[in-house]
Design a protein around this ligand. Sequence first.
Ligand code: FPP
Length: 246
Amino acid sequence: MLFGKQEDRPVLDKNNIPVHIAAIMDGNGRWAQKRGLPRTAGHSAGSEAFQRAAEYLQSLGVKYFTVYAFSTENWKRPEEEVQAIMGLLDRYLRKAIREMAEKNIRLHFFGDLEPLSDNMKKLIAETNEISRGTTGMQVNVCLNYGGRDEIVRAVRSLARDCARDGMPPEAITEELFSSRLYSANIPDPDLTIRPGGELRLSNFLLWQNAYSEFYFTDTLWPDMDEAELDKAIAAYQGRKRRFGGI
Ligand code: FPP
């Protein structure tokens, strides 16, 4: 089913669909407040928007979709809100475990999963197991994720190789560094979408976003339907990517 006003929809160039799209799912709280609902209702609507977006992007041929679900800083939120987000993730993972093979979606997780509950870790292990057998779009859920934390972990891992195994520091290349990130083996995002009106990166994929095209919109994440995603992709298709060249 298609959402959004058809007359506003740009026509997309099907030969220039971004391979990897990343999104900061911002604006859930404000979406709920505007409707006089608790913030948690906004996250619930945000979770539905995420599932709708994943299905739509897969239908367009996007190969990787990375979303910021919970940052290393989000633990500072009220306990009730943290629990509500974890509850939505729990529900999503249970559904995904049932449907992943059928929908041919692969799920990966970026972040420090150690502090998560045993239940969540078990669900993640199960989805990783199923992912081994699926070949379709890869969805990366950033969970207890921080871009700086990811970089520090990569540095530590390389420092260990130098100190323990005698690797010369000159052996550290951009490729080797990238291979120590959560995103090892997947291409950098081509397009990073931030709804919700803020114009910042908020510690999201700091290394990987070096040459991503950015799309900022005031639309709140739960309202990011197919028509709004088309606008973001059309904006990307209108950009000239030079990667530092001329
Ligand atoms: C930011 O909006 C959103 C979050 C911190 C949580 C995002 C989580 C979900 C959409 C639910 C679970 C995810 C999956 C993958 C099933 P905000 O609360 O900062 O909004 P505001 O800026 O309007 O307050």
